[in-house]
Design a protein around this ligand. Structure first.
Ligand code: GRF
Length: 201
């Protein structure tokens, strides 16, 4: 069974969606550890409630390198095959990305390369796009810039608020993140330059 490590800083609904798909036998993986840089993150509590291994380290006051060293150690100790960022609100150091090259996924609430960075849903509303969505991508040294594994599109409605758009996008996040994780764990994705290609196609 392939082992995943989940990094989160907040609510943890994507973590929960992944865990549920595993429970339902739709995603074949094991959550080896859930790591947070925020001790009070609700997602971390959800992980504890599920009886999973958790690791939390307060990143405040620690250098990026020092914090990442601790996390790399935990992930290696737990023999994690794939690192899944799920609302992890902290940039990773180059050494972290190096340690897990092409083995880190992230979910972002926009159709990348549109609206990278913070408040992607607000950026989409302010720009006035008519569709938005979410993207699962590999993590590289850039900001939300690695090869794209899956995307889902949602309409942006005239009456949308940041909250209503976020809710619509989130429902899609919960669908495509576990799906993308399965593809990657199954070795179905080959990276060719900027493109993440399905080996079976
Ligand atoms: C999601 O919108 C995700 O796209 C972004 O952070 C949010 C995390 O939500 N990266 P949750 O903690 O998984 O509920």
């Amino acid at each position: 069974m392939k082992r995943i490590g989940i990094l989160l800083s907040g609510r943890g609904s994507n973590f929960e969606a992944i865990a549920r798909q595993i429970d339902d036998g739709k995603l074949s993986a094991e959550i080896a550890v859930v790591v947070s840089n925020v001790e009070s993150a609700p997602g971390l509590q959800r992980a504890r409630d599920r009886g999973l291994n958790v690791f939390s380290a307060n990143s405040k006051g620690l250098s990026r390198e020092a914090f990442d060293r601790q996390v790399i150690h935990v992930l290696e100790e737990k023999r994690v095959d794939l690192v899944c960022l799920a609302g992890f609100r902290r940039l990773l150091s180059a050494s972290f990305i190096q340690a897990f090259r092409n083995r880190i996924l992230n979910i972002h609430p926009s159709l990348l390369p549109a609206f990278p960075g913070l408040d992607a849903q607000r950026q989409a509303l302010e720009y006035g796009v008519k569709v938005s969505g979410c993207t699962v991508h590999f993590v590289d040294e850039g900001l939300d810039s690695g090869p794209i594994v899956l995307q889902a599109v949602v309409p942006v409605l005239d009456g949308d608020t940041e909250e209503s758009l976020s809710t619509r996008i989130l429902a899609q996040e919960h669908q495509i993140y576990p799906e993308a994780i399965q593809y990657v764990l199954d070795g179905q994705i080959r990276i060719n330059g900027r493109r993440a290609l399905h080996t079976s196609l």
